[in-house]
Design a protein around this ligand. Structure first.
Ligand SMILES: Nc1ncnc2c1ncn2[C@@H]1O[C@H](COP(=O)(O)OP(=O)(O)OP(=O)(O)O)[C@@H](O)[C@H]1O
Length: 587
């Protein structure tokens, strides 16, 4: 213990037990004392994980009760419990009784001062978007009963918008005055997160005067943090960045101002930005499953299982040419078994490479790295084949069903993505590949699977296939046009312009009728169990949205956005782990 930094040290009572309490440096500790003043068990709470300090015997809403007994104060803090194998966070609460009122006041003042000093980056004001129709339609209730009371307790003020239409949150962030907000929060699923992601990135580029349509441009990193309160039917981004899908855990990460940088992949078709992705850009199996599940939307979350089975039974594979720009293999590899956990060493070293000129990156190591990166983009590789699926992911994409995820050793913030190529194989082989996502077996240890750590990927159709593709696309478009007039595709005429800079392909409400037709058409396009003519092309699944293009260019933008999260804590609930020597410089 650093005795010179001790702020307060006194005896306190918790219930009938006497403790020695010490506030020193970054920690508040209380140690039980027996009748002979011998020290027993110590409880230690980092100041960074203190949620609030209240005078008297206080309780969190909705049973709020604040008895201002002269000599008591209540400490609220992050407490870890077990939710299966994962660490859930809940609100810890301890009432302390001091020998005098003066001492109580001294404790409260010093604890609050320590909070201000050690936690300057906590959010004070948040813009919250609640999707009342996401998941099981419980988002409003989840927010009201589990999250809002915690924000109030911690003194975080909020402006809450209950959305009335798709893309309202994105448009709000792109167009409205956000002065004074420290972050934007979604209460919903991955679709809502994607809205916030597009809004925050678009707005930042708009303010920086950067064109998002230029696939070669270096995008500006976003300062406005994004928080996710999971309340959707798919909450993969939350699971992969926090480790659990639990509204209280997420709310506590937001309150204490955790900050997790996140790589984002931009997807372009020629010179048009199509979408941003953080978890999956997938062609073949994953695209077909999404297309089929859209058709079965009326079934609710069950549709994913059914469409997965149907598409698996269809046994399809597709031709494609995949070009990729490999990442530096000396830093990490998708098969090195280094899971990206909280405080990840690979991510923190990558920060120095991604931002070599920032103040925190002036080490000799970073200067060498920046020399390495300048003018040495690396050589593009090219492979052509017939694939069951082609997937690019910027994170492990773990979820409750697949705790290891699509690429178990992928990193959240190293500026790379993992490209997984599953060549055409027999149905049993492909089933083995899929099944291994749910077991501890290595899904890449199969002869028909390749995985590469990459910075960019380009997908095109082989020369002969293009004609088939254009025939199918023309056929689809003529049907769409017949019903709707001009088809809604991400061409320049569909691009909305905001102010002087940012342009985004605005997907949902405008595009919805056209997309619906294309999806309706895909009922034929998806062949069923006994198709006479298998389709020549699949469709891209980009974080749960169908893309209207087959030929795309994807580029990974390192640490483009920041989430109120800290990555997955290891099984012991500690930040230090095999791949991390300490708290990451990113946090
Ligand atoms: N008020 C609203 N009405 C209709 N759609 C909305 C509304 N608010 C948001 N949305 C859209 O609903 C979609 C799904 O929402 P969300 O991700 O919260 O739930 P989900 O259940 O996980 O989604 P999915 O049904 O795709 O699995 C989002 O893409 C979002 O754009």
């Amino acid at each position: 213990m650093e005795t010179d930094s001790v702020k307060v040290d006194s005896s306190l009572w918790v219930g009938t037990k006497r403790y020695r309490a010490v506030l020193s440096g970054w920690y508040f500790n209380w140690t039980e004392l027996d009748k002979k003043n011998r020290e027993k068990k110590t409880i230690s709470v980092p100041i960074s994980e203190v949620v609030a300090v209240a005078e008297g015997k206080a309780e969190v809403q909705p049973q709020k009760r604040a008895e201002d007994t002269d000599r008591d104060f209540t400490l609220f803090y992050v407490n870890r419990t077990r939710g299966g194998k994962r660490a859930l966070w809940c609100l810890g609460r301890t009432e302390f009784c001091c020998p005098s009122r003066d001492l109580r006041d001294q404790w409260v003042t010093q604890l609050r001062t320590a909070l201000k000093t050690h936690c300057p980056s906590r959010p004070r004001r948040l813009l919250v978007f609640v999707n009342p129709y996401g998941g099981k339609k419980r988002a409003k209730q989840v927010y009201r009963s589990l999250v809002a009371p915690l924000f109030e307790l911690a003194g975080v003020s909020t402006h809450v918008v209950v959305t009335e239409r798709a893309n309202q949150a994105r448009d709000h962030i792109l167009k409205k005055d956000l002065t004074g907000f420290d972050g934007v929060i979604c209460v919903g699923g991955d679709g809502m997160f994607s809205e916030l992601l597009h809004g925050v990135i678009g707005r930042t580029q708009q303010e920086a005067g950067i064109s998002e349509h230029d696939p070669t441009v270096m995008l500006q990193s976003c300062d406005l943090h994004i928080g996710i309160i999971p309340a959707g039917s798919t909450d993969c981004v939350c699971f992969a960045t926090v480790g659990v899908n639990d509204p209280v855990t997420s709310a506590l990460h937001i309150i204490i101002g955790d900050s997790q940088p996140l790589d984002v992949c931009s997807v372009h078709h020629h010179n048009t930005l199509v979408r941003y992705s953080v978890s999956l850009v997938g062609y073949g199996f994953y695209g077909d499953v999404l297309a089929e599940s859209e058709r079965l939307r009326w079934m609710g979350p069950l549709r994913y299982d059914l469409s997965g089975c149907l598409v698996y039974l269809c046994n399809r594979s597709y031709e494609g040419v995949v070009q990729y720009l490999p990442a530096d293999p000396q830093l990490s590899s998708p098969r090195d078994n280094m899971r990206c956990l909280s405080g990840c060493r690979v991510c923190s070293e990558s920060t120095e490479m991604l931002f070599p000129h920032s103040d925190s990156c002036s080490s000799l190591y970073s200067r060498q790295l920046s020399q390495y990166s300048i003018g040495s983009e690396g050589e593009w590789m090219s492979v052509e084949g017939r694939y069951r699926c082609v997937s690019l992911t910027c994170m492990s994409s773990s979820c409750p069903r697949s705790p290891k995820g699509l690429s178990p050793a992928a990193h959240l913030a190293d500026g790379t993505g993992d490209l997984i190529l599953v060549q055409d194989t027999d149905p049993l082989g492909f089933l083995t590949y899929l099944h291994r996502h749910t077991t501890s077996k290595d899904q890449f240890d199969l002869p028909f699977v390749e995985v590469h750590r990459v910075k960019a990927v380009r997908f095109t159709l082989p020369p002969g296939e293009e004609d088939d593709y254009h025939d199918e696309e023309r056929e689809r478009q003529s049907i769409t046009e017949g019903a709707q007039g001009t088809p809604k595709m991400a061409c320049n005429s569909d691009v909305e312009s905001y102010g002087d800079g940012s342009q985004q392909y605005l997907a949902a409400e405008q595009e919805e009728p056209g997309m619906k037709d294309r999806r309706r058409k895909r009922r034929n396009f998806l062949c069923g169990l006994c198709c006479s003519k298998p389709p020549a092309v699949s469709v891209w699944n980009c974080d749960g949205e169908l893309l209207p293009y087959t030929e795309i260019f994807c580029k990974v933008h390192g640490q483009l956005v920041r989430l109120f999260a800290r990555g997955i804590e290891d099984e012991e609930g500690h930040e230090e782990n095999k791949s991390c020597k300490g708290r990451c410089v990113l946090h």
